[in-house]
Design a protein. Sequence first.
Length: 156
Amino acid sequence: MATEEQKKQNMYRLAKLTLFGLTTGIWDLLGEGALGLSREIGDQILPVLEKEMGLELGGDSLPDIATEVGRLAVDEFGLAEDVEVSGDNDKITLKVKNCQLRGLTNDLAASGINHPFICPLLCVGDAILDRKGVKATGTVDKWEEGKGSIITFERI
C-alpha cells in the first residue's frame, strides 16, 4: 500500500494526466479556437487570487499587478522558483524560472499544442486584461535556460 506521500504524488500525477488528456482533446476538437478558453480558465482562478490571497486590481499599473501575480505563483502555489516581470502597460513579459508545469507543457508541445492555452499565468493574465478593458494578445515561449517559460502580453 502506498504511503501518504506516495498517494499525494500519485494524485498529482493523475491530475496532470487528466489535464493533459482534457487539453489534447479540446485541441483536437477546436484547434486554435481553444485559445479562446484561456480567459475562461483565468476567470475561475482570478477570484481565488482576489478573495483568498488578497490580489487587488484597483489602480495599480499592469506591471505591478503582474508582479503580484508572479509573487503569488511562487509563494502561494510553488508554481515556479521565480517570476521576473518587465515591461510597461503596452507590453509585459514574465520570465517564469523553473516552472513546475514545464514537463506538461513539453508533453503538450510534443502532441502538437505549441500554444499552452491552459498555462495558469497566461490564463490569469488574460482574465485581468479583459477585466481592465485592455485588448492584448498573450504568448508563451519555452525558456530553456530558465527551465520555464517566457509569457508576453502585448496590447493590440
